[in-house]
Design a protein around this ligand. Structure first.
Ligand SMILES: Cc1ncc(COP(=O)(O)O)c(C=O)c1O
Length: 405
C-alpha cells in the first residue's frame, strides 16, 4: 500500500503552493488563499476518478468511518456487522458513535462470509460493513442482496482499497457510503487523511457538517454559520490535501506497477502446488496492493514464517493471525472492554460475548494465510529474487529431504 514510495516533485509543488499562501485551513480565508482550495480540488478529483457524486475529506480513515456512520444515522443500540479480520479502526468507529460491533467470521475472500452475516442479522442490525481488505473486494453481490432482503445499510470500509473495483464499479461507490484512508501506508497518501464518498446528497451534507463541528457551510462568514446538528473536528488540512492531490493524479501509474509486480509474484508462487490463493470475486478489479496466499496447515504456515524470520526475509510478508492489530484473536482490549470512559450497556454486553465467541472458521483461514505486500519500487529482477527466496523456503519446509539434495 505504498503511495509514499514514489514521492516526487509533484507532491512538493502542491504543498509549496499552500505554504506560499500560508492558508493551511480548508475553510474560509477566501482572499489570502488566492484561489488555492486543495481539499475541494481533491474532493472533486476523487468524485471524478471513482464515479461518485460526493466526497467529503476527513482527517483520517477512522474519522471518515465515524463520520459516515453518524451521517447514515447509526448510533446507540444499533448493531453493525463487520468481519473478524480488519484493522481495529473499523470497530473503533462503530463504538465511537455509540453503536454495537457484531464481529462475524470471514471466508477465503478474507472478509465477510455472507452465511455468517445472515446468521448474525437481528432486529437491532442496522448496517453491514464489509472491509475490502488488502486491496481487494468482498463478496459484494451476496452482501448487497442481504442488505436488500433485510433493509440494511451497506457501508463499505474501502480504506485499504482505493482504486479497486467490482464488476466495473469502484469499491466505495456500491453501498450507501464508502470510506478511504490516505494515511502514510495507503495506495495514495496525504500523510494522514481520509474520505467518505456517497451518491446520497443528504448523507453528504451531513458528512460535510459533522466533520466540521456541525457548520452548515452556507455563508462566507464561519462565525455566522448555523449548526443544525452536533459535530466534531475531523477536518483535513490544506497541506495534507495538497499531497493527496498530487498522489491521485498518479494513481493509475501506481496501480499499473502494482498489478505487474503482483502478477509476476503470483506466477512464481503458483508453481508451488501446495499454495492456494485468496478468493477474489472480481480479479480484474484487484488493486493488487497485496498477494495473499494460503498454506495447507497452520503448522506449515508457522514454520515458513519462522524460517522467513531466520533468513531475514519476513519484512513485507504479513502473518495476520499473530498480528496485534488486524485479527480478533489479539484484540484483548476489545474483549475486556478496556475503554477509558464508560461504554453503554449494549456495547459492554456485546464485547463481553467476544470472549467466548467461536471464530474457528476464521481461525482456519487466517492461521494459514500470508499476505505479501507489493512494492512500487521492485524491479523485475527483484520480484524474481523475492519470489525464488519465498519458494525455496516453502519447498524446504514442505519437502525437507528433497530441498537438502
Ligand atoms: C480497513 C481499515 N479501516 C480503517 C482504517 C483507518 O484509517 P486511518 O489510519 O487513516 O485512520 C485503516 C487503516 O489502516 C484500515 O486498514
Amino acid at each position: 500500500m505504498p503511495g509514499f514510495e514514489l514521492w516526487s516533485d509533484e507532491e512538493r509543488k502542491e504543498v509549496n503552493e499552500v505554504l506560499e499562501t500560508g492558508i493551511l485551513m480548508r475553510y474560509g480565508f477566501d482572499a489570502p488563499r488566492k484561489g488555492k482550495w486543495k481539499a475541494k480540488e481533491l474532493e472533486e478529483a476523487i468524485c471524478q476518478r471513482l464515479g461518485s457524486k460526493y466526497a467529503q475529506l476527513t482527517s483520517s480513515g477512522t474519522s471518515a468511518l465515524t463520520t459516515a456512520l453518524a451521517a447514515l444515522g447509526i448510533g446507540a443500540g444499533d448493531e453493525v456487522i463487520l468481519p473478524s479480520f480488519t484493522f481495529v479502526a473499523s470497530f473503533e468507529a462503530v463504538l465511537s458513535v455509540g453503536a454495537v460491533p457484531v464481529l462475524v467470521d470471514i471466508d477465503e475472500t478474507l472478509t465477510l462470509n455472507p452465511d455468517a452475516v445472515r446468521r448474525a442479522v437481528s432486529s437491532k442490525t442496522k448496517c453491514i460493513m464489509p472491509v475490502h481488505m488488502c486491496g481487494a473486494m468482498a463478496d459484494v453481490d451476496a452482501l448487497v442482496s442481504i442488505c436488500k432482503e433485510y433493509n440494511l445499510i451497506l457501508l463499505e470500509d474501502a480504506c485499504q482499497s482505493f482504486g479497486a473495483s467490482y464488476k466495473g464499479r469502484h469499491l466505495g461507490t456500491i453501498g450507501n457510503a464508502g470510506t478511504f484512508s490516505f494515511d502514510f501506508v495507503k495506495t495514495i497518501t496525504c500523510g494522514e487523511g481520509g474520505a467518505v464518498i456517497t451518491n446520497d446528497k443528504d448523507v453528504y451534507i451531513k458528512c460535510d457538517g459533522y466533520s466540521d463541528h456541525g457548520h452548515d457551510h452556507k455563508g462566507v462568514d464561519r462565525g455566522a454559520d448555523l449548526h443544525p446538528f452536533l459535530g466534531y473536528n475531523y477536518r483535513i488540512s490544506e497541506l495534507h490535501a495538497a499531497v493527496g492531490l498530487a498522489q491521485i493524479r498518479r494513481l493509475d501509474q501506481f496501480l499499473e506497477i502494482q498489478r505487474q509486480n503482483h502478477l509476476q509474484l503470483k506466477n512464481l508462487l503458483s508453481q508451488v502446488p501446495e499454495i492456494t490463493f485468496r478468493k477474489i470475486p472480481d480479479p480484474s478489479g484487484d488493486s493488487c496492493t497485496f498477494l495473499s496466499w494460503f498454506l495447507p496447515t497452520e503448522e506449515i504456515a508457522r514454520a515458513i514464517v519462522n524460517e522467513f524470520r531466520a533468513q531475514n526475509i519476513l519484512a513485507g510478508n504479513f502473518y495476520w493471525y499473530d498480528n496485534n492489530w488486524h485479527y480478533i484473536r489479539k484484540w484483548d482490549h476489545l474483549k475486556n472492554s478496556s475503554a477509558l470512559s464508560a461504554l453503554n450497556d449494549p456495547q459492554q454486553k456485546a464485547l463481553q460475548k467476544f470472549k467466548s465467541q467461536d471464530f474457528a472458521e476464521s481461525d482456519a483461514i487466517m492461521s494459514r494465510c500470508i499476505s505479501s505486500s507489493i512494492s512500487l519500487l521492485w524491479t523485475e529482477d527483484q520480484v524474481r529474487e523475492k519470489g525464488e527466496k519465498i519458494m525455496s523456503v516453502i519447498k524446504k519446509m514442505l519437502h525437507p529431504v528433497h530441498a537438502i539434495k
